[in-house]
Design a protein around this ligand. Structure first.
Ligand code: TYD
Length: 216
């Protein structure tokens, strides 16, 4: 793969509070220091329409949303993002780093809501416009620690964060299953070593090594 001409699509996944935001920023800076144009995106959202869909999805007033409705709204935001932003950027040869992509739907809607992989895949085949990340980092932080951190943050919990613990545990188990079935695309990056949190730099270096492998 010619790293100077080919666009790269990298996604970050994991339960809330796993440190995705920091790692995305560090990786984007690293690419930029190597002269690459980088686009940092998030899902749901990343486009004006997608951000409106995001508001509906995360609003606590949207209680009672059917799991299928939820799956389709995430897919709708994704359809807009892929067609108007991701595909054009990859064609230009840019690096696209996305905070969550279709694996989130497999983990949260497929496993968390119990809709199953096939249903989520069928809907998302239409949404992703033929794009799949070249590389995905699953920042592995168990659901209980993740939610405990979230609750300690003092910020108001959104509709998804307010879901029962078992929902978050199923999503986390889903990620582990997705990793195993991904044929190497999804790299599991542990956030903790036992009870000790790894440093941001240590995690960033591990991520960079995988990226260097991809570039070569
Ligand atoms: P966000 O605030 O972006 O969470 P985080 O900072 O953890 O990434 O909210 C996105 C929420 O939506 C998060 O709880 C995961 C969930 N989600 C799904 O359930 N399905 C999806 O397809 C996506 C993209 C996100």
């Amino acid at each position: 793969m010619n790293s100077e001409k080919t666009g790269f699509f990298i996604s970050f996944e994991g339960n809330d509070g796993s440190g995705k935001t920091t790692q995305i920023r560090l990786l984007a800076q690293w690419f930029e220091s190597r002269g690459r144009a980088v686009l940092q995106l998030r899902e749901p959202g990343g486009t004006p329409i997608g951000e409106k869909v995001r508001d509906i999805l995360l609003d606590n007033a949207s209680s009672g949303m059917e799991p299928v409705t939820e799956m389709m709204l995430y897919a709708a935001s994704r359809a807009q993002l892929t067609r108007t932003v991701i595909t054009p950027a990859l064609k230009r040869g840019d690096v696209v780093i996305c905070d969550r992509f279709v694996d989130s739907s497999y983990a949260y809607q497929g496993f968390g809501r119990g809709l199953g992989m096939e249903t989520v895949q069928a809907v998302n085949l239409v949404a992703i416009d033929g794009q799949m990340p070249h590389l995905t980092f699953f920042l592995d932080l168990d659901a209980d620690t993740s939610m405990a951190r979230r609750n300690a943050s003092g910020t108001e919990a959104d509709r998804l964060e307010n879901e029962e613990m078992d929902f978050h545990r199923r999503a986390h188990d889903g990620y582990l299953a997705l990793c195993a079935a991904s044929g190497g695309r999804i790299k599991r990056i542990p956030v903790m070593t036992g009870l000790v949190q790894r440093t941001q730099e240590e995690v960033a270096l591990e991520i960079r090594d995988f990226v260097l492998d991809l570039l070569s």
